[in-house]
Write a protein that binds this ligand. Structure first.
Ligand code: SAH
Length: 183
């Protein structure tokens, strides 16, 4: 099973209608769409992406799927979660998804970077509900990917966060899914 599917399977067990969630890397909008369907019309997905093309592409997808009412797009770096989302939302977000690396078929120069990814992850954790989860897919095959992975794992250990790790296959640079559970 692909890691994206595995992540979806875990999230599905967990999310309820009316929940609030964050998609920290909207990309082509597939995760945003998946989340928007699960939270339903009473819920909300805050979808971040730093790339204008991603926001445009995802907005199209969400509009065509008739899900615009439950998605708020934020054309912003995910390291600005706490200055973009109001403080009232702290501890109210049930799930946060990250799908790192670059946009498939897009600009390969525009990749997630450890400094902003780590900052975003720390902020995302604050916004989670007491029983919230973060799904984080990390790619190690592109330049800088392994370093981003190492720094993320180090941070999670330092913070003493509870997390489960699944790998795509056995190769040393395969993608990795981290599921971080707040409690
Ligand atoms: N590699 C994944 C897709 C990743 S898409 C896969 O194969 O499925 C990653 C998205 O993160 C891209 O759309 C990119 O624009 C976005 N991104 C990169 N840096 C970001 C940042 N600092 N803040 C928010 N989004 C960012």
């Amino acid at each position: 099973m692909r890691l994206t599917e595995l992540a979806h399977q875990e999230i599905k067990k967990f999310l309820k209608h009316g929940d609030r969630v964050i998609d920290a890397t909207a990309g082509n909008g597939y995760d945003t769409q998946f989340l928007a369907n699960l939270v339903g019309s009473e819920g909300v997905v805050f979808a971040f992406d730093i790339q204008k093309e991603s926001i445009e592409e995802s907005t199209r997808l969400i509009e065509n799927a008739g899900l615009s009412n439950q998605v708020i797009f934020l054309h912003s770096c995910h390291s600005k979660i706490s200055i973009t989302l109001p403080d009232e939302l702290i501890a109210t977000i049930r799930v946060v998804t990250f799908n790192l690396g670059y946009l498939p078929g897009g600009n390969k120069e525009l990749i997630t970077k450890p400094e902003t990814t780590l900052s975003a992850l720390i902020q995302a954790y604050d916004y989670l509900t007491e029983d919230g989860i973060i799904s984080l897919i990390v790619y190690r095959g592109h330049p800088g990917g392994q370093d981003e992975y190492d720094q993320l794992e180090k941070l999670m250990k330092k913070k003493n966060w509870a997390f489960k790790k699944s790998t795509g296959n056995q190769s040393h640079d395969c993608p990795v899914l981290f599921l971080i559970r707040k409690t």
